[in-house]
Design a protein around this ligand. Structure first.
Ligand code: EPU
Length: 337
């Protein structure tokens, strides 16, 4: 295991922020991970995976452990379903394509989400009517203090909207090493109810879609709205959509009858933050190299050389403006470091 010094993290975070890690180490096996966590000369460790959900606002003094654990396999096969085990360092989208190539259903709506598999349970990633929790079976994680591997079931993970145990009680205590998904082998239960998917399938004249068709439709929609981090630095949705009570919702819609919304639960509603931000006039704006994406106002972008602090500053301005205009608090979904 080699410890590198003063390593640029620009290519290790999808925002493309040019921060530096004082110490950096690639983790290619569970033994590497165990040994790295025991390096007492570096008392602070920082876990970096796909770098797709972080905004780095300063250089990192800790030892950065870059999780590069690889491997995908079918663990168990039943008549209608399979259980697959995916190591944490596998790229999420490549993994989804692998499941589709094998004819396994369940992850197609989550195509093209940036990042790695190991971090997907932390914020229960979701898109187009499906969340990770719908196919998640369990995950394994190394406890940082003991280096013991512990298995977490779905209920242990306490999944919520962009939320889990690992963002709350478990924060900073575990490193997810692998994730098991339960996927369908036949009679796939497609979820095409999200409006944009139906419209895209119709456009392609597909009446009886297969899992691959749904994946292709999602890829098309994402490509039309969301910037490719390889071309324009970003971290997907920067904010969560605010969830409001029925009372707050009624007041809000009285003032803004044209606002889009989703019912989140019996008594709560989600209001798209992208709409709120667009109404404040931010969509497509650029302040130096920090900006708001032209096709989706929920996405902040780095046009080249923005610093993390500049992006954070822009985020704060947006939060203040949305709060001032609508009386609604929006909060970042991206981890700010
Ligand atoms: N909208 C606007 N202006 C905008 C953006 C959106 O008016 O600039 C409106 C849209 O017209 C639509 C509504 O807001 O009526 C919702 O927009 P969209 O379908 O694009 O979804 P979203 O709520 O903005 C969420 C997720 C995305 C996910 C999409 C699709 C969050 C924080 N974001 O965005 O997830 O891809 O739904 O399911 O929940 C991510 O987390 O990184 C991410 C991209």
């Amino acid at each position: 295991m080699k410890i590198q010094q003063n390593k640029s993290l620009k290519t290790y975070n999808t925002f493309g922020i040019a921060a530096t890690a004082k110490f950096f180490c690639e983790i290619n096996s569970l033994t590497d991970l165990e040994q790295a966590l025991q390096l007492d000369q570096y008392p602070e460790k920082f876990i970096l995976s796909g770098g797709s959900n972080i905004l780095i606002t300063k250089d990192i003094e800790a030892l950065v452990l870059h999780i590069n654990l690889k491997g995908k396999k079918v663990l168990e096969t039943y008549e209608n379903k399979v259980l697959v085990k995916i190591m944490a360092g596998e790229n999420w989208h490549q993994m989804v394509l692998w499941t589709l190539e094998h004819g396994f259903g369940g992850l197609e709506n989550l195509s093209l989400i940036p990042g790695n598999t190991g971090t997907s349970p932390i914020q229960n990633i979701g898109a187009y009517g499906v969340e990770l929790k719908d196919t998640f079976e369990s995950c394994e994680a190394m406890e940082i203090s003991t280096q013991h591997i512990k298995r977490f079931t779905k209920s242990d993970c306490k999944f919520g909207y962009r939320d889990s145990f690992f963002k709350n009680e478990g924060k900073g205590k575990y490193i997810i090493t692998s994730v098991n998904f339960s996927l369908s082998k036949k009679n796939h239960r497609l979820n095409t109810s999200y409006g944009a998917i139906e419209a895209e399938l119709e456009k392609q004249h597909i009446e009886n879609p297969m899992i691959q068709d749904v994946s292709n439709a999602v890829i098309k929609i994402r490509q039309s709205k969301l910037p490719d981090p390889a071309k324009l630095g970003n971290s997907g949705s920067f904010f969560k959509n605010p969830v409001v009570s029925k009372l707050e919702f009624d007041t809000f819609t009285k003032d803004h009858p044209n606002a889009p919304f989703y019912k989140a639960s019996e008594n709560t509603y989600k209001i798209p933050a992208g709409w709120l931000i667009e109404q404040c006039g931010f969509k497509g704006k650029r302040y130096g190299d920090a900006g708001i994406h032209e096709n989706q106002a929920l996405v902040l972008v780095n046009h080249g050389n923005a610093t993390g602090a500049e992006i954070l500053n822009l985020a704060q301005t947006i939060i203040e403006n949305v709060g001032g205009k609508f009386g609604l608090a929006i909060t970042p979904e991206v981890n700010i470091i």
